[in-house]
Write a new protein. Structure first.
Length: 485
């Protein structure tokens, strides 16, 4: 038998013991689940490599490498998401659709962290609640595709499936197993620079932030946004003056977690480890109990195309301790919704599951209320984080075939979602955005007034169109203003 058989991989040897209180992992789940049990299930978006020996070598290498994130961090995020589920905090998640290895670069990383930080300040101001920040970064390298091939210059070639699988260049479309290990190192290097920048004061709010609102042409909007910034700046100044900042570290640093779609299961499996649970707050002795942690990122989600209830991805996801996202949309049956929650969170941990809703502005009013009622009138009431992804239901093509999204559609879906949650008595816990800190021209609209003719100016995404830094910040201002209503 070859070691490329994921069933035989080394991370599969240890067997978890049921928790003493039995509340987190039911014995049935522990008996039947293993990091490779997904291999017995039907799989969508599967990666079929030519050279199995090379795959085995890459996976063996990954299994030896240290965790990228730790159980303590994962559990801390889960505790924060519990607050979000309970309506005590708000979740901001954002980053590229397809993160490229080339984005592992000082300026690209910094501009994205700064943008997420600024957006979170605006949201704190608007929501008067703590903001939990998760970057779609340091591992967002695998993409599900609607078609395995595409036509280029009259020739049918394999689609680009993300840097962890193949390259976008036309001569790099063959799946390359060495990219699995490359992904690990780019992920670790990106996270290293995120951690280093934050601990060196990139997020130090004692420093003035450059808000760059010069592009806002509408004088009324310019005034509104400037007022918000002024108010944020004044609050920070006040805290410094009264010494609130020396009493706590809150102004010097922020928490920023990482996330990606858990699409490529051999990669996720290799980084899934049986590790000691962190001690509970107030505990006098370290815990002996171990759980399975996917150490590739703090938060992983299952995409709209791979969330089949009997499929490989749900099988893998149900066994890990990490907080999980599930994309849901127009094709999600309400009965599937409960089946998913029961499979992924049998013990009904609050905040364990984030439902990332993505319907499109024109469909959300018809579809979201029933999904909310299904969950909130079940035994899962008040356990999930409801997060709005206003991007993926609003993708369209221009008449010349460019994939884009309109800023007004994105905000319109968000507004509808806020209104619907209010009507249903549920809590919109967060937003999930595709954005970049750079001045790209991929989505139309916003205060710069980007039109379809402008898309060609700086259209650099290899997958879905992202909000540029100005559009993303503007969306944060708009959300903040709507939340305070
Ligand atoms: C994505 O988040 O980039 C994505 C592919 O989304 P979805 O699974 O919702 O289509
Ligand atoms: Mn996308």
């Amino acid at each position: 038998p070859s070691a490329s058989d994921p069933q035989l991989s080394t991370s599969d040897k240890a067997v978890a013991t049921p928790k003493a209180n039995g509340s987190q992992n039911s014995p049935a789940k522990v008996e039947s689940w293993s990091p490779s049990s997904w291999t017995t299930k039907p799989i969508k978006q599967n990666a079929i490599y030519e050279d199995h020996n090379k795959v085995a070598k890459s996976l063996a290498k990954l299994e030896r490498l240290p965790p990228i994130v730790t159980p303590t961090e994962i559990i801390n995020l889960k505790a924060s998401l519990r607050d979000v589920a309970l309506g005590k905090a708000f979740l901001l998640q954002g980053g590229d659709c397809a993160e490229l290895f080339d984005y592992c670069e000082e300026n690209v990383i910094e501009s994205k962290i700064k943008l997420l930080l600024q957006m979170s300040l605006v949201l704190i101001w608007g929501a008067s609640k703590p903001i939990v920040r998760i970057a779609r970064m340091a591992g967002q390298y695998a993409k599900p595709r609607s078609s395995p091939t595409e036509m280029v210059n009259g020739k049918e070639i394999s689609s680009f499936r993300g840097d962890i699988l193949n390259g976008n260049a036309l001569d790099e479309r063959l799946l390359d197993p060495s990219r699995l290990v490359d992904a690990y190192f780019h992920s670790a290097t990106t996270l290293n620079y995120i951690r280093a920048s934050i601990s060196s004061g990139l997020a130090d709010l004692h420093r003035p932030l450059d808000w760059g609102l010069g592009h806002v042409q509408d004088p009324e909007l310019q005034m509104k946004y400037s007022k918000t910034v002024e108010s944020i700046t004044d609050s920070l100044k006040f805290m410094r003056t009264v010494g609130a900042d020396t009493a706590s570290k809150a102004l010097e640093t922020v928490e920023l977690y990482t996330s990606h779609e858990g699409l490529l299961l051999p990669y996720e499996q290799s980084l899934t480890r049986l590790l000691r649970d962190p001690a509970l707050p107030g505990a006098t002795a370290p815990t002996e109990h171990k759980s399975w942690y996917d150490t590739s990122a703090h938060f992983v989600w299952v995409g709209d195309r791979t969330r089949q209830i009997d499929g490989a991805h749900i099988e893998f996801f149900r066994g890990i301790e990490n907080p999980l996202g599930v994309k849901i949309g127009p094709t999600t049956a309400s009965s599937d919704l409960l089946a998913l929650l029961r499979a992924l969170n049998p013990s009904r941990e609050v905040g364990k599951i984030t439902l990332i809703t993505r319907y499109g502005a024109s469909k959300v009013r018809r579809l979201l209320p029933e999904h909310i009622r299904t969950v909130e009138q079940s035994e899962y009431a008040r356990t999930v984080v409801w997060q709005c992804d206003p991007m993926h239901g609003n993708t369209r093509s221009t008449s010349t075939g460019i994939k884009t999204r309109q800023f007004s559609d994105i905000f319109s879906e968000l507004q509808e979602v806020m209104a619907i949650h209010k009507e249903e008595g549920s809590y919109l816990g967060g937003v999930h955005l595709e954005l970049t800190g750079d001045a790209v021209t991929e989505c139309t609209g916003g205060s710069e007034g980007l039109g379809e003719d402008d898309l060609s100016l700086n259209y650099t995404t290899f997958c879905d169109p992202r909000l540029n830094e100005k559009q993303a910040l503007e969306l944060a201002f708009l959300i903040a203003a709507s939340i305070t209503l």
